[in-house]
Design a protein around this ligand. Structure first.
Ligand code: ZN
Length: 495
């Protein structure tokens, strides 16, 4: 089955057909770096990392753009809009760019711990002020925005008369007016649903840039329109982000890009569902915003222990990205155990050998194992179903444990099936799902590599090739490993 993905725009699964195959453009809204990365950041970036890995595995050349929101105007739950970066910089007594760099570095650390591949391009909003101003000028020139007192607003009412504003989020203009929370600048707007493209900087506002409308700063939505268009063109293939970004962020992005370029930004819109903590929405009012650092070290009061980045990654991928996911201690502990079991199967599989003179005939088990391996491809091609992929990998793991504990006879599978298993099972776990084997597995592999070298040396000695034997011994000594020949074989120890 070729890749199908759920498109939030059409609200159905669609066959994935890139515009310029094998090239694929993917834009994922990045973090606001006015504070530490939290649980809410882990899910979209882990999931879209798997999307990136799977598309590359299918042979596409993916340009994955994930921005850093380090400027602009943000809306927060039940609060008037404010510049989070400037507010936090004042609080921490840092230069705004110093603060932004600090949290960008922490974000990168967390992404590295979660084993997310770096995106192809990671543009910052502050680095693209010129592009944003250019796009706003274009929208103004075409008559879909208006300037009031040094600020520029997008004319949502006019847009909604001609285009289906609310198509992505499924909201109607009337609801948008009722639900409008943006208090600041309300009196300047012609309509409460209009949104800011550019805001005049009030006195004392730290982050400000010159523009044709005076000193100010860009609105939040325009940065993604400007950077996605610059690096991926319009339209491009996939636009991703959390479901909370559908409105107003993505809806506004769609309107701006359509007016500026004549195209809606992306053909496929993918949104991961939200996370809850102990059954509650994450938010300041519940004091349940857990940072990734707190999660990895177990230092938040809601946590009973630390959870490793790989446990968190596994936990996220065990659920389908379009389902909600609840973080709680019981579920995380279960994920920790599940991951250990999978990694143990990986370790045992690599040691598994078939007895001499095994069967060349395909048995029932042989067919079943082959089907399970193939089902991983089908699950991933069915809207990136990592949950079903993991379930299939666990079914395979059960076979591996049964063979290891001699509850089943490993000789019922053919050598070719074992080879496929030893190649593909680790590949799906480590390369596609991005689950890093634990340190013990690495140690185990190194031990086995060392034994290969010891065998090679002993063979050289039997051939009376003492030069090769000595070279192996000497070079191992140089990296701190001493070989000791004893009557029952060769041992090694650290020097
Ligand atoms: Zn965005």
């Amino acid at each position: 089955m070729p890749l199908h993905l759920y498109n939030s725009l059409s609200r159905q699964k669609e066959l994935f057909e890139p515009l310029y195959s094998p090239h694929v453009g993917m834009y994922v809204c990045g973090p606001t770096v006015s504070g530490e990365s939290h649980l809410g950041h882990a899910r979209p970036y882990v999931f879209f990392d798997v999307v990136f890995r799977w598309l590359r595995h299918l042979g596409y050349q993916v340009r994955y753009v994930r921005n850093i929101t380090d400027a602009g105007h943000f809306e927060e739950e039940d609060r008037p809009a404010e510049d989070k970066v400037a507010a936090k910089a004042k609080l921490e007594r840092l230069e705004p760019m110093e603060l932004v760099q600090k949290y960008t570095n922490l974000f990168h650390d967390a992404m590295g711990q979660l084993n997310n591949l770096p995106p192809s391009i990671e543009p910052t909003a502050t680095g693209h002020i010129i592009e944003q101003i250019g796009m706003i000028e274009e929208i103004l020139r075409k008559g879909w925005a208006y300037e009031v007192n040094g600020s520029v607003y997008f004319d949502v009412v006019r847009y909604a008369r001609q285009f289906d504003y609310g198509r992505l989020s499924g909201r109607k203009l009337d609801e948008l007016i009722a639900g409008s929370r943006e208090l600041e600048g309300q009196e300047e707007k012609r309509h409460p649903a209009d949104f800011a493209l550019w805001k005049k900087a009030p006195p004392g506002h730290l982050m400000r840039w010159p523009s044709p409308w005076g000193e100010g700063f860009p609105g939040w939505h325009i940065e993604c329109s400007a950077m996605a268009t610059k690096y991926l063109g319009a339209p491009f293939d996939i636009h991703g982000g959390g479901m909370d970004l559908q409105f107003p962020h993505h809806e506004s992005e769609m309107a701006q890009t359509r007016i500026a370029t004549g195209h809606i930004p992306a053909r496929y819109w993918m949104h991961n569902n939200m996370i809850t903590v102990n059954g509650r929405k994450m938010g300041k009012s519940y004091n349940n915003t857990i940072t990734l650092r707190e999660l990895f070290t177990g230092t938040h009061p809601l946590l009973e222990q630390a959870y490793s980045p790989m446990t968190v990654r596994f936990f996220i991928l065990q659920a389908h990205y379009r389902s909600t996911l609840d973080f709680n201690n019981d579920a995380l502990r279960a994920a920790e155990k599940g991951l250990q079991r999978l990694m143990e199967a990986l370790r045992l599989l690599q040691r598994l050998e078939l007895p001499q003179g095994g069967t060349e005939q395909a048995s029932e088990t042989d067919r079943k194992v082959g089907q399970l391996l193939d089902s991983c491809v089908q699950h991933m091609n069915d809207d990136f179903n990592t949950a079903s992929t993991l379930a299939a990998l666990f079914d395979i793991a059960s076979y591996i444990f049964a063979w290891h504990h001699r509850q089943a006879d490993v000789s019922e599978i053919r050598p070719v099936t074992l080879q496929e298993l030893q190649r593909r099972f680790p590949f799906y776990i480590t390369e596609i799902l991005g689950l890093k084997p634990s340190e013990e597995l690495h140690a185990d592999r190194l031990e086995r590599i060392l034994h290969i070298l010891i065998d090679l040396r002993n063979e050289a000695r039997r051939r009376r090739d003492f030069a090769s034997a000595d070279r192996i011994r000497q070079q191992l000594l140089e990296v701190g490993i001493a070989l000791k020949d004893e009557h029952d074989g060769t041992r090694w120890e650290w020097t």
